[in-house]
Structures are given as structure tokens and as C-alpha cells.
Design a protein around this ligand. Structure first.
Ligand SMILES: C[S@@+](CC[C@H](N)C(=O)[O-])C[C@H]1O[C@@H](n2cnc3c(N)ncnc32)[C@H](O)[C@@H]1O
Length: 207
């Protein structure tokens, strides 16, 4: 039953719930260049936004049903031959060190079970000077809202297929070695406060 919910209902809810983020997705994804890795592609919501500068686009997704949808969607995206999608988790990436120019983390570090390991892997596979492009929802800056997020989380996480509300992804990226001075935290005007405190921008792997 849970598998059926995750495969058929949750992707539709996610599409609907993240529609207010479409402009933010476009802004983020259009900056990807060279050989790109997108972590946890879901059903491929970001695919239409890749510009020509993204020459090779590798995507990982551990959910089989989502991956099948992403593959279908990629075949309708501009220059579909650029897309290479595989079943994998971000905690152990099947690529050598310094392989990618850009990595995309879009609404995924909230969900990856071992997100510290995933940040270390992303750092490893990025070239020195490469960019991790980030659009994530994170723990709110105000202690009162952080408390609310922690109260809601035990109900939210199973309903939202593993998504957490109170993660501090900026610190995790910084601990992994990234220069996080290009990341901003802000409240998205079109999302509810408990799930709409955003972390976005570019984290760089120092040269
Ligand atoms: C909230 S959805 C976002 C999907 C997509 N990135 C988007 O922007 O629409 C979270 C995604 O993280 C994926 N995920 C879960 N565990 C993961 C892991 N260990 N490594 C990579 N992705 C994972 C889920 O399968 C799901 O597709």
C-alpha cells in the first residue's frame, strides 16, 4: 500500500505542491553547464529547464516507478540524447572523483536518508571549481518555527515519502568542504512557512 502511494499518489501531490517553485527551478537549472549530475530526479520536473550549456545530463533516482516516469519525460525534453538516468542513491555515487562540472540538489537533501554521506559524495565527484546548484527547503531561521517544524515532522515525513522539515543543509554542505558563501536563505512567498524556508544558490568546490 505504501509503495503504491509512493509510486502513484505522491508524485502527483509533489507536482502540485511544487508548482509555485517553477520559476525558481528554471532559474537554477538554466545555470547548469558542462557535464551535469542531478541527484534524485523524481519524475523529471527539472528536465525542461536545462539550457544548451548542459552538454551531458546524468540523473540518479532510487525509486523505480519515478525513474521510469523520468525516463519517459526525458525522451520529450529538448535534446533527449543528453539524458542518462540510472537507479542509484546519492550516498554512493558510481562515478570517479572530479567527474562533473555541475551537480544539482533540488528538493532532495530533505529526503536522502544519509545526507551527510551524500554531501561528501557530491563533493568528491565535482571538479575543483565546480558548482553545486541548490534549491532546498530547510530548517527555519527562527527558533519558534524550528520548534514547529520538529513537532510536525513525525507526521509529515511518512506522508511526504521521507522528506524532513528541519534539516540544516547549509551546514552539511559547509562541513563537506563547500564554499557556501553563494547560498541564500529566505522564506518563499508562495509556500507555507513550515515548509517554505529555502536555501538556494551556488555552493562551490574550492579549487
Ligand atoms: C521531494 S522529491 C524531489 C524530486 C525532484 N528532485 C524534484 O525537484 O521534483 C525527493 C526525491 O529524492 C529521492 N531520493 C530519496 N532517497 C534518495 C537517495 N538516497 N539518493 C538520491 N535521491 C533520493 C526520492 O526518490 C525523490 O525523487
Amino acid at each position: 500500500m505504501l509503495g503504491w502511494y509512493e509510486d502513484h499518489i505522491f508524485p502527483k501531490v509533489l507536482d502540485w505542491a511544487t508548482r509555485p517553485l517553477n520559476r525558481d527551478r528554471q532559474h537554477l537549472i538554466s545555470q547548469a553547464q558542462g557535464r551535469v549530475l542531478e541527484i534524485g530526479v523524481g519524475n523529471g520536473a527539472n528536465f525542461p529547464f536545462y539550457a544548451k550549456s548542459a552538454v551531458e545530463i546524468h540523473g540518479i533516482e532510487p525509486g523505480e516507478a519515478l525513474l521510469a516516469e523520468a525516463r519517459k519525460f526525458a525522451s520529450t525534453a529538448p535534446h533527449p540524447e543528453r539524458f542518462h538516468l540510472i537507479n542509484a542513491g546519492a550516498e554512493k555515487l558510481p562515478w570517479p572523483d572530479h567527474h562533473f562540472d555541475t551537480v544539482i540538489a533540488c528538493l532532495v537533501f530533505c529526503t536522502i536518508p544519509d545526507y551527510q554521506a551524500a554531501a561528501a559524495e557530491v563533493f568528491r565527484v565535482l571538479k575543483p571549481g565546480g558548482a553545486l546548484l541548490v534549491l532546498e527547503h530547510v530548517a527555519h531561521k527562527k527558533p519558534g518555527w524550528r520548534r514547529t517544524q520538529r513537532i510536525i515532522e513525525p507526521l509529515w515525513t511518512p506522508l511526504a515519502c521521507g522528506c524532513h522539515l528541519s534539516r540544516d543543509s547549509k551546514t552539511v554542505f559547509s562541513d563537506a568542504g563547500f564554499d557556501v558563501s553563494g547560498l541564500n536563505q529566505w522564506q518563499h512567498p508562495k509556500l507555507p512557512t513550515f515548509a517554505g524556508y529555502m536555501l538556494s544558490g551556488r555552493a562551490l568546490r574550492p579549487v
